[in-house]
Design a protein around this ligand. Structure first.
Ligand SMILES: *[C@@H]1O[C@H](CO)[C@@H](O)[C@H](O)[C@H]1NC(C)=O
Ligand SMILES: *[C@@H]1O[C@H](CO)[C@@H](O)[C@H](O)[C@H]1NC(C)=O
Ligand SMILES: *[C@@H]1O[C@H](CO)[C@@H](O)[C@H](O)[C@H]1NC(C)=O
Length: 484
């Protein structure tokens, strides 16, 4: 890491002299520390730069290392309910093109609520008329977005939202007033809340269960979470650093950690000290207290309280399965698999009208096949190189883009640094899965044209499928998936 930064600083020499002045950093959490480094350097001469680099304190978000784990999947028999089909496109409609990335949806009577990229919308299903009921991106302190709602739950006039950038939010649907219950950054058992992803609510007890997709990577770096297969390994020393809260590491510390990790590996241990990074937060709305309900989950995503209210089902996106945790157990609860390997990476999970569940696959796999992601997850030697070079090269390109005030270059660098560009090499495949009450696959609806689906909401007239990326809701008529 240290060496990489040296190279980077040398590469930046010319640029820094051109770009003297005060470049602004649009996103200080750039995964490499480069942007904050350049900000801090503010056009200083190279020897001074090196000096400041060696002693510079960076915050934890400012300097990250990609440390992949390994996961070997069982072989999946093709055919049966996971056999390829194109049912998602049979007689389906693309509705409401004003919605950008409606990840989560909720329908009450004839009104649909959608958590889109820019805001939460209320849509009248009869007329298509819509209003914005919550816009968290107004008055952002920093350039860019400061709200991204990803999970919605409604009862009466109470709407609860997991917002990846803001935290757990409550909106009063009568008055439109909102309040933050648990802000991103609030420490929960020593680790700040970083990536709220989905929620479910025990309304009687007023308890919220919310997934924190990672305590290492924020939303924009979700590709890194998938590739890295958290729970991640880190050195003991880094764990000590984390325990001290805010300040964090020197560049020297990080390279030392890295060497130590190699040493541990060379002694034949597979992984250094493991600290658990992905978790489910339990929040009591009456007392305002939060604790960790479950941890050690590989990209905790959708959550759903089971029909009998005995379990919390948790989508483990990176590991392509769903776990179940008894709700009445001591915390942290221990989970067991609820499903076998799923035909894709499960995003959100919601009840089906037949007594089971619908699960949307963010990235589906047709008929038992494997894609690049599955290959990389079994090859940490390769994904480590891929992940770390994406972070450093992308971070460098982005920093140069910032210095030159060139937005396309900055955005390109960002796409590389976040791993988003790696995801573009993965063929899209749409897949939603109906599970029975015991977690067995009943049926799948797939598409080679419509993909990146994230949530399914079933009503009498059909399925409404949300998506993190599409600019519409997919509506699948009932006749496609239910026998008359
Ligand atoms: C699934 O794959 C198997 C094995 O390659 C093949 O025999 C079968 O026809 C495929 N089924 C579907 C529905 O694609
Ligand atoms: C939809 O909006 C239009 C224009 O604001 C209005 O004229 C119409 O009455 C609305 N329809 C319904 C069913 O609310
Ligand atoms: C929403 O606001 C209304 C009007 O002030 C109030 O009566 C109601 O109790 C509020 N609902 C919640 C869930 O706080």
């Amino acid at each position: 890491m240290c060496l990489k930064l040296l190279i980077v600083s040398i590469a930046l020499r010319g640029v820094i002299s051109i770009g003297r002045g005060t470049p602004t950093c649009p996103n200080t959490d750039d995964g490499t520390g480069l942007c904050s480094f350049i900000e801090a350097s503010n056009g200083a001469a190279i020897p001074e730069l090196l000096q400041s680099m060696m002693s510079m304190r960076v915050d934890r978000k400012g300097l990250k290392q990609f440390i992949p784990n390994r996961l070997e999947y069982p072989k999946v028999e093709p055919g049966g309910p996971i056999g390829s089909n194109e049912k998602l496109d049979e007689n389906s409609e693309r509705l409401f093109n004003f919605l950008s990335g409606p990840e989560s949806i909720s329908i009450v009577d004839n009104f649909l609520y959608a958590a889109a990229r820019d805001a939460i919308y209320k849509v009248d299903l009869r007329s298509g008329n819509h209003t914005v009921i919550f816009n968290g991106n107004e008055n952002c302190a920093v350039d860019g977005a400061c709200s991204r709602p990803l999970g919605l739950r409604i009862r009466g006039n109470q709407l609860l939202v997991a917002d990846a950038l803001k935290g757990l939010i409550e909106i009063n649907l009568t008055t439109g007033e909102s309040r933050v219950h648990l802000a991103v950054g609030s420490p929960i058992e020593g680790e700040p809340l970083l990536f709220p992803d989905d929620i479910d609510v025990d309304w009687e007890k007023q308890i919220v269960y919310m997934s924190d997709g990672s305590t290492k990577w924020p939303l924009e770096y979700w590709a890194m979470i998938v590739l890295e297969m958290e729970p991640s390994s880190r050195c003991e020393a880094q764990q000590e650093i984390l325990a001290h809260g805010t300040f964090l590491a020197t560049i020297r510390d990080i390279s030392c950690l890295y060497r130590r990790r190699r040493l541990i590996r060379s002694l034949g241990y597979s992984d250094p000290v493991i600290i658990f990074l992905n978790r489910i937060i339990r929040y009591d709305m009456k007392s305002g207290k939060a604790d960790v309900f479950a941890k050690n989950i590989r990209f905790a995503n959708g959550v759903q309280i089971s029909h009998d209210k005995k379990f919390l089902l948790v989508n483990e996106l990176s590991a392509r399965r769903i776990l179940k945790y008894p709700l009445d157990s001591a915390v942290p609860a221990s989970g067991e698999p609820f499903t076998k390997l799923l035909p894709g990476n499960p995003d959100n999970i919601r009840p089906s009208l037949s007594g089971g569940y619908w699960v949307a696959m963010a990235m589906g796999r047709p008929n038992g096949s494997r894609n690049l992601l599955d290959e990389l997850q079994t090859r940490p030697d390769l994904s480590e190189k891929l992940g770390n070079s994406a972070l450093s090269v992308g971070g460098l390109v982005r920093s140069i883009g910032v210095l030159l005030n060139n937005t396309p270059l900055r955005d390109l660098g960002h796409k590389v640094a976040t791993g988003g560009i790696i995801m573009e090499a993965i063929p899209g495949h749409g897949c939603i899965v109906e599970l029975d009450v015991d977690g067995n696959i009943v049926q799948t609806l797939q598409s080679s044209r419509t993909f990146f689906l994230t949530e399914v909401c079933e009503r009498e007239d059909g399925l409404y499928c949300g998506s993190y990326q599409n600019s519409f809701l997919l509506k699948v008529p009932r006749s496609t998936f239910r026998n008359p």
